[in-house]
Design a protein around this ligand. Structure first.
Ligand code: ADP
Ligand code: MG
Ligand code: ZN
Length: 503
C-alpha cells in the first residue's frame, strides 16, 4: 500500500543523525482565551452544544460585517512581546482563500505578509544546563475554523466515513500562530529540543494568561516540520509538515519517526516529497496527507471588510509593563523557595511535572515529597498508560492528602502507593479509598500483639537475633507484615522487635 511505512523501511534515529543534520520548524497554534470570538460577540466556551455559539458574522452570512476584538489584539501583542518580537505599527488582515466545509466563508481571515509581531526568540533550557535559542519568525493572528466530525468510518477520518457533521462553534475563535525559523544545530537532540520548545512555550503562554494551553482540548496545537541535510552541509533539504500533533510526547515521537523515515529514503537515493503528514498516536508513525500548496495558491489579498491594525506604541509599551516574569525566572524562584537544586529542576522540567509538583506543594505537601511522588512514581504510571503526567486522573490536592497521611503515620509508603493506584483506578478520593479498603497502618497495640506472636512462633530465629545477628530479623518482620495484611509500619516493627530481643 502506498505511503505505508513499516519498521523495515526505517533507519534507527541515532544512525540517521550520524550522517545527516536535522532541521526543524515548529508552527504552534494557540487558541486565545478571550470571552468572545475574533470578529463577533459569540462566546468561545469549550464543549458547548454543536452550533450553539454562532451568528451571521462567524457563519459568513451575506451582509454581515466583522469587527475586531481588541482583547485578541492585546493578547497577541502580549505574546509577541514575551517572545522578544518587534510589534508592527501598522498591519492588515488578509484573506486566505480555499474551500473546506468547516470554513463557512470559504476564506479564512488571517495575516500574510504583514504579521502583527516579527523577529523574536525563545530561550529553551535543555538538560545539562545549556540553553537553545529558538528564533521566532512571526506571530500572527487569524480566525480558527470549525470542526468536522466524520461518521461511520473505523478511524474517525474521512476515509471510509458514510457522512460528516460540521460544528461551527470553533469557527472565528482567535488563533495565534507562532512560527519558528528553521532550527539547525540540534543534532541528536532534535526530537527532545522540539518537545522542550513546545513545553517552554506552553509555560510562557500559561504565565501570560492568554490561553488555557490545553493540548488535549486543542487549544494548543503544533505542526512539526522536519528535514534532513547531509552532515556538514548548509543547504536545507525538503521538509515534511506533520499536522496537529496533540501532546508534548507526540511532538518528540513525530520528529523521531520522520528522521527515521526520511533517513531511510535518502539512504536509498530517493527524494523526500514536500507534503503534510498525519501523526498516529497509537503507532507513533506518520502517513501522507495532502501535497503542499504554495502561498500563491491561496490568492491572499488584504481583507477589505476590516480596518488596518495600528497598535499605538504607547499602548504596546504599557502592555510590556504588565508582562509577568519569564518562566526561567519563575522556576529559579520556585527552586529557591523549596530547596530544589538545578538538577532537581531540570529533572522535573524534563519529565513534564514541574507545574504538578508546584501545585502539589501549593496544596501543602512537603516539597521533597511532592517531587518524589511525581518523579519516582507517577511519571512511571503515566508512561505505562501512554499519557502525560498532567493527564493522570489524580489531582495535586489528592496527592497532597495522601502525602500528609503518610507523613503523620496513618499510611506506610507501601499503603500510600496502593491508595495512589486506587485513586488512579477511579475508586474515588484518598479518604474514600482508605475507608473502603480498611487501609490504615496497624495501631500500636495491634502491632505489639503481632510482634509478640511472631517472636513466640519462631524460637530458632529469635535465638539467632539474640546472639547478635540483626540480619536475621527478616523472617520476623515478614511474619508481622503477613499477620497485619501488609499494613504494619516496617520501621516501627523493627524497632519493637529489637527492643524486645536485644534490649
Ligand atoms: P507553511 O505555510 O508551509 O506551513 P510556514 O512558513 O508557515 O509554511 O512554516 C514553515 C515552517 O517550517 C517554519 O517554521 C519554517 O521555519 C520551517 N521550515 C522551512 N524550511 C524548512 C526545512 N527545509 N526544514 C525544516 N523546517 C523548515
Ligand atoms: Mg503552516
Ligand atoms: Zn459569531
Amino acid at each position: 500500500m502506498e505511503g505505508v511505512t513499516t519498521t523495515a523501511d526505517l533507519v534507527p534515529y541515532d544512525e540517521v543523525l550520524d550522517r545527516y543534520d536535522p532541521v526543524l520548524g515548529l508552527e504552534t497554534h494557540v487558541e486565545l482565551g478571550t470571552a468572545t470570538k475574533l470578529f463577533c460577540g459569540c462566546p468561545t466556551a469549550f464543549g458547548a452544544e454543536p452550533n450553539s455559539q454562532v451568528c451571521p458574522v462567524c457563519l459568513g452570512l451575506p451582509g454581515s460585517l466583522p469587527v475586531t476584538n481588541e482583547k485578541a489584539i492585546e493578547f497577541t501583542v502580549r505574546i509577541g512581546l514575551a517572545l522578544n518580537c518587534g510589534i508592527a505599527e501598522w498591519c492588515r488582515f488578509a484573506r486566505k482563500n480555499y474551500f473546506y466545509p468547516d470554513m463557512p466563508k470559504n476564506y479564512q481571515v488571517s495575516q500574510y505578509d504583514e504579521p502583527l509581531c516579527v523577529d523574536g526568540y525563545l530561550d529553551v533550557p535543555v538538560p545539562g544546563g545549556e540553553t537553545y535559542r529558538v528564533q521566532i519568525e512571526r506571530v500572527h493572528l487569524e480566525e480558527d475554523t470549525g470542526k468536522t466530525l466524520h461518521v461511520g468510518g473505523a478511524t474517525g477520518r474521512i476515509h471510509g466515513a458514510t457522512h460528516s457533521l460540521v460544528d461551527y462553534n470553533r469557527a472565528g475563535i482567535p488563533l495565534v500562530e507562532i512560527v519558528t525559523r528553521p532550527l539547525t544545530g540540534t543534532g541528536k537532540r532534535a526530537a527532545e529540543v522540539a518537545r522542550l520548545y513546545v513545553t517552554e512555550l506552553r509555560d510562557l503562554l500559561r504565565g501570560l494568561g492568554v490561553s488555557d494551553v490545553r493540548m488535549e482540548q486543542g487549544s494548543l496545537r503544533c505542526d512539526v516540520n522536519v528535514s534532513l541535510m547531509p552532515a556538514g552541509t548548509t543547504e536545507l533539504g525538503t521538509r515534511t509538515e506533520t499536522k496537529n500533533v496533540n501532546s508534548l510526547r507526540s511532538v518528540e515521537r513525530a520528529v523521531r519517526f520522520e528522521v527515521e523515515r526520511q533517513g531511510a529514503l535518502l539512504d536509498a537515493g530517493q527524494r523526500i516529497v514536500q507534503e503534510t503528514r498525519h501523526f498516529h498516536e497509537d503507532s507513533g508513525t506518520t502517513s501522507p496527507g495532502r501535497s503542499k500548496e504554495e502561498a500563491q495558491d491561496y490568492r491572499y489579498f488584504p481583507e477589505p471588510d476590516l480596518v488596518p491594525l495600528a497598535p499605538e506604541p504607547r499602548w504596546v509599551e504599557q502592555i510590556r509593563t504588565t508582562l509577568p516574569e519569564p518562566p526561567s525566572a519563575r522556576r529559579a524562584r520556585f527552586a529557591e523557595a523549596n530547596g530544589f537544586t538545578p538538577l532537581d529542576l531540570e529533572q522535573m522540567a524534563n519529565a513534564g511535572v514541574l507545574d504538578l509538583v508546584e501545585q502539589t506543594i501549593a496544596a501543602r505537601a512537603a516539597p521533597s515529597k511532592a517531587r518524589g511522588w511525581w518523579l519516582s512514581y507517577l511519571v512511571g504510571s503515566a508512561n505505562e498508560r501512554g499519557v502525560e503526567p498532567a493527564d493522570l486522573p489524580i489531582t495535586p490536592e489528592q496527592l497532597a492528602r495522601i502525602s500528609a497521611l503518610e507523613d503523620d503515620g496513618t499510611l506506610t509508603n507501601k499503603l500510600a502507593r496502593q491508595v495512589v493506584d486506587a485513586v488512579l483506578a477511579g475508586e474515588g478520593d484518598p479518604d474514600t479509598v482508605i475507608e473502603a479498603h480498611g487501609w490504615k497502618v496497624t495501631g500500636e497495640a495491634d502491632l505489639v500483639a503481632a510482634v509478640e506472636a511472631a517472636i513466640a512462633a519462631q524460637p530458632d530465629v529469635v535465638d539467632k537475633v539474640r546472639a547478635g545477628n540483626l540480619g536475621a530479623l527478616g523472617p520476623l518482620v515478614g511474619a508481622v507484615m503477613k499477620a497485619t495484611g501488609g499494613s504494619a509500619d516496617a520501621t516501627r516493627t523493627r524497632e519493637l522487635l529489637q527492643e524486645r530481643l536485644v534490649g
